[in-house]
Design a protein around this ligand. Structure first.
Ligand code: UD1
Ligand code: CA
Length: 480
């Protein structure tokens, strides 16, 4: 990986997508993703639309879109309603090709799916319906549903055995066949005793799905157009429906702040396990926090209490030491960061760079072998190969109005406590004296010293001390 390779959600999504596409095109299946995200989420008690609340520093909506990317969708449609503008722009930020449609008013899940019809006009292939507030559906699960479609099911519904079925829709089955789905509000007592529940995820041929949702009515306890009714309607049309099962943990939805916090914990736990599986050493995995787009290479080491904000890529063999905070940063192989380092957006560390304790880096590149080991701020800067930044060095990048760049060449020795007042350039093989305030460019191989000259007065320390002791004695006499 080279400069500027900050893993964006979209990009990691795309490479994943390309890998999957290769696989799926073999069987010739096109697919479209429909994400329902119109609901209000009243129980969040928030001005922010529910699907924009974050898990792993990414909106819940992004999690659903990432899950759906497993199918390499040719079209992605996001159904918006409450907070539609904000939801639509988050969808496009994640995937610029996503189409957003407005559902207004919100008359139920079938009505929501029906809004996707114009966006799927002329589309031949399968459609899968996901909820924007159900972030944990695994790619493997969607692949299993696609498999069931290929095996001949017209409608595939994702179900799960619920420990506490509560108000979930119940799946009425006969052997492997799904007969119908009954919503809790409309269910009889024997139906409520069913523990196999509806996750909401549905897969079917896109045009079949559109025809089915158009046939759904709203004569039920909620007066809503239920997507779940497509199973019984399909059965009347000789369509076969099947259930694919997943773990209840995958279908976990988020309806309240408490559930959001629990979802965050579940996300972190899953990420820690995945990260260990991919060959990363973690000394105390429970103390490390990831973002949805964090990428860490094999044989990297992550010490205790490290936080990965959005946009971090760590290459193989790098070491992130304890108590470091990283965001928008790329760390190349062999680099060592921390303990107690802060990498902010735009940080690019090349091979074998060292960033030590209490060093902050922002919008700066460090070339191979460069070192900043202690107590520094490096902002809006480029630092050449094998350059050593002395303790306490600061790039004074901000004049109160504008930001300016500091350019430091290769093999430079920046003395401790140097203030580099940007814009300023220090040439290759140059040096700066400790405590210097560098305000003008330093040519290659020059030594720049910018500080007051030292004056030394022999014996004066003893005289001064005697004087001070006398003062102290006088003061004590007065007080007693
Ligand atoms: C739905 C299912 C239920 C299932 C449960 C799983 C129906 C009728 N019921 O119930 O069988 O067990 O999910 O969580 O489908 N939405 C819209 N527009 C609307 C209505 C909903 O976009 O008009 C979106 C919501 O934002 C949400 C999702 O669809 O993301 C599900 O809606 P919700 O009201 O939570 O459905 P449930 O009543 O939970
Ligand atoms: Ca719900």
């Amino acid at each position: 990986m080279t400069a500027g390779h900050l893993a964006s959600l979209e990009r990691s999504d795309k490479s994943y997508l390309q890998k999957r596409k290769g696989r799926l095109k073999v069987s010739g299946v096109n697919s479209a993703l429909i994400v329902l995200a119109a609901g209000k989420g009243t129980r969040m008690n928030s001005d922010l639309p529910k699907v924009l609340h974050q898990i792993g520093n990414a909106p819940m909506l992004s999690h659903a879109l990432c899950a759906g990317a497993a199918l390499a969708p040719d079209r992605t449609v996001v159904v918006t309603g409450h907070g539609s503008e904000a939801v639509a722009s988050a969808a496009r930020a994640h995937n610029p090709d996503a189409v957003t449609v407005l559902q207004e008013p919100q008359l139920g899940t079938a009505h929501a799916v029906a809004q996707a019809a114009p966006a799927l006009a002329g589309f031949a292939g399968d459609a899968v319906v996901l909820y924007g507030d159900t972030p944990f559906i695994r790619p493997q699960t969607l692949m299993a549903m696609a498999e069931a479609r290929r095996a001949g099911a017209d409608i595939v519904v994702l179900g799960f055995e619920a420990a506490d079925p509560g108000r979930y829709g119940r799946l009425v089955t006969e052997g492997e066949t799904l007969l119908r789905i009954v919503e809790y509000k409309d269910a009889t007592e024997p139906e409520r005793a069913i523990t196999l529940c509806n996750s909401g995820v549905v897969m079917a041929d896109a045009q079949t799905l559109m025809a089915l949702v158009n046939a759904v009515g709203n004569d039920n306890a909620a007066g809503e157009y239920y997507l779940t009714d497509i199973v019984a309607i399909g059965r009347d049309r000789d369509l076969k429906a099947r259930v694919v099962r997943c773990a209840e943990s995958e279908t976990r939805g988020v309806n309240s702040r408490a559930e959001l916090a629990a979802a965050e914990a579940a996300f972190q736990a899953a990420r820690r396990a995945d990260t260990l599986d991919t060959g990363v050493t973690m000394l105390a995995p429970d103390t490390v926090y990831f973002s949805l787009d964090t990428v860490i290479g094999r044989d990297a080491t992550v010490e205790q209490n490290v936080i990965f904000g959005p946009g971090v890529t760590v290459e193989t063999g790098a070491r992130i030491r304890a108590f470091s905070h990283l965001e928008g940063a790329h760390v190349s192989r062999g680099a060592i960061v921390g303990p107690y380092a802060r990498l902010r957006p735009g940080t690019e560390l090349a091979e074998d760079v060292r960033i030590g304790n209490f060093v902050e880096v922002k919008n700066a590149t460090l070339a191979p072998g460069a070192k900043a080991n202690h107590l520094s701020y490096l902002g809006d800067a480029s630092i050449g190969a094998a350059t050593n930044i002395g303790a306490g060095t600061i790039t004074c990048n901000y004049d109160g109005v504008l930001k300016h760049r500091t350019e430091i060449g290769e093999r430079v020795f920046v003395g401790s406590n140097t203030m580099l007042v940007a814009p300023v350039r220090v040439g290759d093989d140059a040096m700066t004296g400790s405590g210097s305030v560098i305000t003008s460019d330093v040519p290659d191989a020059a030594l720049a010293i910018g500080r007051a000259r030292q004056a030394t007065k022999p014996g004066l320390a003893n005289k001064l001390r005697a004087h001070l002791l006398k003062l102290k004695a006088k003061r004590e006499q007065k007080e007693s």
